[in-house]
Design a protein around this ligand. Structure first.
Ligand code: NAD
Length: 492
C-alpha cells in the first residue's frame, strides 16, 4: 500500500518539517498503516505561529462580511466533499459511517453559525453616557489562537473553535491528534483551495511536544484544548503562567438515570446508541446507568444486557454494514484496548458482576483490529474504580439508587460533570433533575444531550476548565476582547 507522509500547512504552503520523527497512523479496524504523521518540533510549531502572526494585521482588517464569505465558500467545499470526509473519519477513527456523516454535519453547522458574525460581533453604543460624552463598546479580535485536538472527533472538535476565531478576525493554528491527522489535513486542503490568505489558518502535526510549543509561544493569545482532564490540568497551569486565555474540555463519565415510570422500550433503545455509538468513545457517551428502585434496577439490568448482546460489531467500512445506523467499530488503538481490558479486570476484582463479557470478540477479516464487544457490569457501587474512571470504551456499569435524590447525589459526587440524562415521563422528576444535577449538558429522555451548534457546548467541574464554552454565541467572548471608548468633541 502506498502510505503518504503528511505535511504541515503553514503560511499557505505545504511543508515537510525538517527535524522530526514520524509516527504511523493506523486504521483501527485492521491495524494497517494508512499514513505517517510528522511529530513537529517546537521550532516547526513556532513557524506556524509566526505565519499566523504575519497574517493577523491584514486579516483582522478584512471586513467581517468578506471573512464570512470565505468561510461560507469553505462550507460549500466541505459539503461537496462530505462523503469523502466521512469515509476518512471512519477510516482513521473507526466510527461507523453514519456517525462520521453526523460529525461532518455538525462541523458544517458550526461553520454556518460562525458565518453570522456580522451580527454576532456587533458592539454597543451609548450616546450621552455622560454630559456631551458618548460611550462605545467595540468587540475586537485578540491575535493568534491555537487548538489542541483529541482523537475521538477528528473534524468536529476543531470546528467548535476555528470558524469562530477566523470570522472574528483572528488567525489560527490547529494541532490535530497524532492518532487521527488525516481528516483535518483534508480540511486544510479545502481551506487552501478556498483562497483564505496565507497564514490565516495553519495546521501543525505532532504529539505533546507540538502542543507544549503552542502553549509556550508568547504570541499565542489563547488555547482551546480538548482531551483528558489530566492533560487539561497541565495545560491550564501553563496557560495561567504564560498569561493566555484558555478553554480546556476534559474527561467525562456520563450517567443515565432510569426512573420507574420511564418508557422502557424507547429508553433501552436510546441507551444502547448512547453507550455503544463510536465504541463508547464520545465525550457525551454514557457509561453509567443508575436505575431507581429494585424493580427498575432488575428490569434495566435484564433488558440492557439482552439488547447489548444484539449490538453488531464490525468493520465500519464493510459494505455489508455501511448503511446500518447502529454498528460498533473498534476502539482507537491497541493501547486503548489494553487499558479497557485492564479496567474490566479491575471491575471483576472489586466485586462487580460481569453480566456481559466483550473481551474475546473477533471480527472475521479484521483479526488484527482493536475490537471489543459490548461489556456490562451490574452490582456496581459508587466509588468503585470502574465507576470513578473514564474507561472510554464499550463498557457500561449499572448502579442502583433507592430514590431520585440518591441518583442525583451519585452524579454530583463524581469528579466529572460533562453530561447526564434522565428517563421519565414525570415533569416533577425531570425538573428536579434539571435543577439539582451539577453537569453542563442535561438530557431528558435523550441519551446523548450534545447541544446543536448555535447552543453552547461544555461540561462542569473537572470536565471543563474554562469559563467560556464551545460553539454558538458564547464563544465569541473567548475570541474577542471589549474595547470601551469614551468620546467627546468641543464646540468649534
Ligand atoms: P489526550 O489528552 O490524550 O490528547 C489530546 C491532545 O492533547 C492530543 O492532541 C495530544 O497530542 C495532546 N497532548 C497530550 N499531552 C499533552 C501535553 N502535555 N501538552 C500539550 N498537548 C498534549 O486525549 P485523547 O485521548 O486524544 O482524547 C480523549 C479524551 O478527550 C477523553 O477524555 C474525552 O472525554 C475527552 N473529550 C472531551 C470532550 C469534552 O467536550 N469535554 C470532547 C471530546 C473529547
Amino acid at each position: 500500500m502506498n502510505v503518504s507522509e503528511l505535511k504541515n500547512y503553514v503560511g499557505g504552503k505545504w511543508i515537510s518539517p525538517e527535524n522530526y520523527g514520524l509516527l504511523d497512523v493506523e486504521q483501527p479496524s485492521t491495524a494497517d498503516v494508512i499514513g505517517r504523521v510528522p511529530l513537529s518540533t517546537a521550532e516547526e510549531t513556532d513557524r506556524a505561529v509566526n505565519a499566523a502572526r504575519e497574517a493577523f494585521r491584514e486579516w483582522s482588517a478584512v471586513p467581517v462580511s468578506r471573512r464570512c464569505e470565505l468561510l461560507w465558500q469553505l462550507t460549500n467545499r466541505i459539503r461537496e466533499n462530505s462523503r469523502e470526509l466521512a469515509r476518512l473519519i471512519s477510516r482513521e477513527n473507526g466510527k461507523s459511517l453514519p456517525d462520521a456523516e453526523a460529525e461532518v454535519k455538525r462541523s458544517l453547522e458550526n461553520a454556518e453559525v460562525a458565518c453570522g458574525m456580522p451580527v454576532l460581533q456587533q458592539g454597543d453604543k451609548m450616546p450621552g453616557a455622560s454630559l456631551d460624552i458618548d460611550g462605545e463598546v467595540l468587540r475586537v479580535p485578540l491575535g493568534i489562537f491555537g487548538m489542541i485536538a483529541p482523537f475521538n472527533f477528528p473534524l468536529m472538535v476543531p470546528f467548535w473553535f476555528f470558524p469562530y476565531a477566523l470570522a472574528t478576525g483572528n488567525t489560527y493554528v490547529v494541532k490535530p491528534s497524532e492518532q487521527v491527522p488525516l481528516s483535518m489535513t483534508r480540511v486544510a486542503e479545502l481551506i487552501d483551495e478556498t483562497g483564505f490568505p496565507p497564514g490565516v489558518f495553519n495546521l501543525v502535526h505532532g504529539d505533546r511536544r507540538a502542543g507544549e510549543a503552542l502553549i509556550q509561544n508568547p504570541d499565542i493569545a489563547g488555547i482551546s484544548f480538548v482531551g483528558t482532564s489530566n492533560v487539561g490540568r497541565i495545560i491550564a497551569r501553563s496557560c495561567t503562567e504564560t498569561g493566555k486565555r484558555l478553554q480546556a474540555f476534559g474527561s467525562a463519565k456520563n450517567h443515565l438515570v432510569a426512573m420507574p415510570d420511564a418508557k422502557m422500550d424507547d429508553m433501552i433503545r436510546n441507551m444502547i446508541t448512547s453507550c455503544y455509538g463510536c465504541a463508547g468513545q464520545r465525550c457525551m457517551a454514557s457509561s453509567a446507568i443508575v436505575a431507581v428502585g429494585d424493580a427498575a434496577y432488575s428490569e434495566v439490568c435484564r433488558r440492557f444486557v439482552a439488547a447489548s448482546r444484539e449490538v453488531r460489531v464490525a468493520d465500519p467500512l464493510d459494505p455489508q454494514v455501511a448503511g446500518e445506523s447502529m454498528v460498533m467499530g473498534p476502539v482507537i488503538s491497541d493501547k486503548a484496548r489494553n487499558f479497557i481490558l485492564e479496567m474490566i479486570q479491575t471491575g471483576i476484582e472489586e466485586g462487580a458482576t460481569l453480566a456481559l463479557d466483550g473481551r474475546n470478540l473477533t471480527v472475521p477479516g479484521c483479526e488484527r483490529g482493536y475490537f471489543l464487544g459490548p461489556t456490562v457490569f451490574t452490582d456496581v457501587k459508587p466509588g468503585m474504580k470502574i465507576h470513578q474512571t473514564e474507561i472510554f470504551g464499550p463498557v457500561v456499569i449499572i448502579l442502583k439508587a433507592d430514590s431520585l435524590g440518591e441518583a442525583i447525589r451519585i452524579i454530583n459526587g463524581h469528579e466529572y460533570g460533562n453530561g447526564a440524562s434522565i428517563y421519565t415521563q414525570n415533569g416533577y422528576y425531570a425538573r428536579r433533575f434539571k435543577m439539582e444535577t451539577n453537569v453542563g449538558m442535561i438530557g431528558i429522555n435523550i441519551g446523548i444531550p450534545a447541544p446543536v451548534a448555535p447552543l453552547p457546548f461544555g461540561g462542569m467541574r473537572a470536565s471543563l476548565m474554562a469559563d467560556t464554552k464551545a460553539q454558538g454565541k458564547a464563544i465569541i467572548n473567548f475570541f474577542t476582547d471589549l474595547k470601551v471608548i469614551s468620546e467627546r468633541y468641543w464646540q468649534e
